[in-house]
Design a binder for this molecule. Structure first.
Ligand code: HEC
Ligand code: HEC
Length: 196
């Protein structure tokens, strides 16, 4: 016996509304994360210039940034549309996922003089007062230890040149007056800083 059409569509509608209201399943999350890997690397360890690693970043930092990116407040042309329609619950699940992954830094050869200069400037500028003395970050402050050197330099230059649209202005203030050579030294030092 065939069921009347209205029953079928009512059942479909009911199924759809249940699906829309349900929390993100592990399967949905895995599908979403597929697209991130193409740029942010396997396990959140980026191998591409100017693209940050996400592994071992503080959960709150990732969550905040994902909301800012989805809302278009932090403009990232490469990520345009990636987070359209992704719910807050899904963003939180993504943040938990990346925060729990181990960071596996693969920096270029270490230059001892540059490293020492970067360490001196970072300490004098009290970067560790927010990012922690081990530079692993906390809450809304990102981890800097072991991040890609090119991305660290790129983002510091963006902050300094007021090109970091939608990002916390505290960083432009923290980098005020620091010479570009010192930014390069800090990026080198932080990329080579090993921390838990
Ligand atoms: C086509 C490449 C691309 C894809 C795909 C992509 N991203 Fe990104 N993402 C970037 C780039 C580039 C930046 C850095 C932009 C900048 O500030 O210069 C970035 C930045 C971020 C940041 C901020 C990190 C930080 O340290 O400031 C987060 C969080 C992030 N992406 C999460 C994701 C997630 C989650 C996905 C998958 C849903 C994703 N991205 C997909 C290119 C991509
Ligand atoms: C008063 C607290 C504070 C101080 C001091 C501070 N930072 Fe930050 N920093 C932040 C916050 C908060 C963010 C996240 C900004 C955002 O995107 O909203 C950040 C972001 C960054 C980023 C971007 C990383 C990423 O993954 O996108 C870099 C690089 C950075 N800081 C380097 C430094 C350096 C180097 C110093 C010292 C010269 C420093 N910070 C001092 C609070 C601070």
């Amino acid at each position: 016996m065939t069921r009347p059409t209205w029953t079928r569509s009512a059942t479909a509608l009911l199924a759809l509304s249940c699906w829309a209201g349900a929390p993100a399943s592990a399967q949905d999350l895995a599908a979403r994360l597929q697209s991130c890997v193409a740029c942010h690397g396997m396990g959140g360890n980026s191998t591409l210039p100017n693209i940050p690693s996400l592994a071992a970043q503080p959960r709150v930092f990732i969550e905040n940034q994902l909301v800012m990116i989805r809302e278009g407040l932090r403009e990232i042309p490469a990520m345009k549309g990636q987070l359209d329609g992704v719910s807050d619950a899904e963003l939180s699940a993504m943040a938990r996922h990346f925060a729990a992954l181990p960071l596996k830094p693969a920096p270029a050869a270490k230059n001892d003089a540059l490293f020492a200069q970067g360490q001196k400037v970072s300490e004098a500028s009290r970067c560790g007062s927010c990012h922690l003395p081990s530079y692993v970050g906390r809450e809304q402050m990102p981890r800097l230890a072991g991040q890609r050197e090119d991305y660290l330099l790129h983002s510091m230059r963006q902050f300094q040149n007021n090109q970091a649209t939608g990002r916390d202005t505290i960083m432009a203030a923290s980098l005020y007056g620091i010479a570009d050579a010192d930014l390069r030294a800090m990026a080198h030092f932080l990329a080579h800083t090993t921390a838990p």
